[in-house]
Design a protein around this ligand. Structure first.
Ligand code: NAD
Length: 260
């Protein structure tokens, strides 16, 4: 019950990593406000949460929506934890072909959204004497080959934004950290593979194959694996941890399992 009496915001909380994290924070005692454009998914989760999870329609491309989400949680007695996580794949075009608009949209969805999440959470946390912010980056921030260029650059920006914000906000006792997920079996990952709907069963096979080849721990990553790391970073267990990230990727960034 590390979050008993605390209020948390999770963007992209209707699905995947955000949903698993909202459930984990709620299980550990938090009241959680999820912001998402998926109204059906968000409402479903809220309705089945015994009053611990609240849904507010939020498009993280819109500054006003982000500000309103932070204020909703703060109004319940103070904003303690924010997980800036919403995202999608963005443009798949290589750097020699991407249009200026597609570049901007990808950066706005994946990087500006996180900057604005911090921008609107921080004053509320400052007023209450501190807080913890966690941002979703990716192993794509650390290496080529995990995702297309515009997405990877945005996620690398999230990592440096995390360190800069940690430095800016340390004087207010606000910690800022990031997680770098590897391949996690959520909608983003299956749609990046071009697999959807009734092809989901095939997806499990494809993901199993990728996981076995690429990740030394040789199983598919689960949203709950990321939620556990986020809960640690957001909790007082990490009270001396700021400006850094945890990579949760089954060892993928260290290379495949040795055969010798
Ligand atoms: P997901 O598709 O299951 O969840 C993403 C959620 O974000 C969805 O509920 C979606 O509706 C929401 N969303 C999308 N655009 C939004 C917007 N404009 N405003 C508000 N909500 C919006 O995928 P996921 O894997 O859980 O993705 C969560 C985060 O994890 C993303 O930032 C993604 O880039 C990152 N990530 C995922 C993986 C992976 O392998 N799944 C790896 C590294 C990083």
């Amino acid at each position: 019950m590390r979050f008993a009496g605390k209020n948390a915001v999770v963007t992209g909380g209707a699905s995947g990593i955000g949903k698993a994290t909202a459930l984990r924070l709620a299980e550990e005692g938090a009241q959680v406000w999820i912001g998402d454009i998926d109204e059906a998914g968000g409402r479903d989760l809220a309705e089945t949460s015994n009053g611990r999870i609240h849904f507010q329609r939020t498009d993280v491309m819109q500054a006003d929506d982000i500000e309103a989400l932070m204020q909703a949680a703060d109004a319940a007695g103070g904003l303690n934890v924010v997980f800036n996580n919403a995202g999608a794949g963005g443009s798949r075009d290589p750097i020699d072909q991407i249009s200026p608009d597609d570049w901007d949209r990808t950066q706005a969805l994946l990087l500006r959204s996180v900057a604005l999440g911090i921008r609107y959470a921080a004053p509320l946390m400052i007023a209450r004497g501190g807080g913890a912010i966690v941002n979703t980056a990716s192993i794509a921030a650390l290496q080529t080959g995990a995702a297309p260029t515009a997405y990877s650059v945005a996620k690398a920006g999230v990592l440096h934004l995390t360190t800069m914000a940690a430095a800016d906000l340390s004087r207010y006792d606000i910690r800022v950290n990031a997680v770098c997920p590897g391949f996690i079996t959520t909608n983003i990952f299956t749609s990046a593979l071009g697999i959807s709907g009734d092809k989901r069963t095939q997806a499990n096979g494809a993901i199993g194959h990728i996981a076995t080849r690429a990740q030394p721990l040789q199983r598919a990553g689960r949203a709950e694996d990321i939620a556990a790391a986020v809960a640690y970073l957001a909790s007082d267990d990490a009270s001396f941890v700021t400006g850094t990230h945890i990579t949760v990727d089954g060892g993928m960034t260290i290379g495949p399992r040795h055969s010798w």
